[in-house]
Design a protein around this ligand. Structure first.
Ligand code: ZN
Length: 130
């Protein structure tokens, strides 16, 4: 977990958030042991911004991997941020409900969840097929 915390911290400091000044870094580990990280990337046209989790998932997918084992998300602020609704579904695309999700601050304060706690009824395309 320390490795993910460090990778998320580095990503947070590299994040591009000139508008909100709310930098976020995410680092995920796959079952193979590889770590992929990403930071939020804002845009002057606000809806075009990317969350840190989406950036980390994109790095994982581009490397040919398709499964998340755990993820650490670090943000600035007084309290650890949590995962936005959209990213909960993004994580559910590549992870089961039992994966560990740590949301922390640089100070060390961390809240731990499972994906199932954050998104108990994820949209699953398999369940929509007749
Ligand atoms: Zn998000």
């Amino acid at each position: 977990m320390k490795q993910l915390r460090v990778a998320a911290k580095i990503a947070m400091h590299q994040a591009y958030a000139p508008y909100s000044e709310y930098q976020v870094g995410a680092a995920l580990r796959t079952p193979s042991g590889n770590v992929y990280s990403g930071g939020n990337v804002e845009n002057a046209a606000y809806p075009l911004g990317n969350c840190a989790e989406a950036s980390a998932i994109a790095a994982m997918v581009l490397a040919g991997e398709r499964e998340i084992a755990e993820i650490f998300i670090m943000s600035k602020g007084k309290k650890p941020g949590t995962v936005c609704g959209g990213c909960r579904q993004r994580l559910a695309e590549f992870a089961g409900p039992d994966i560990r999700i740590d949301c922390g601050l640089e100070s060390g304060e961390t809240n731990t969840y499972t994906l199932g706690e954050l998104l108990p009824h994820a949209f699953d395309l398999k369940e929509t097929k007749i």
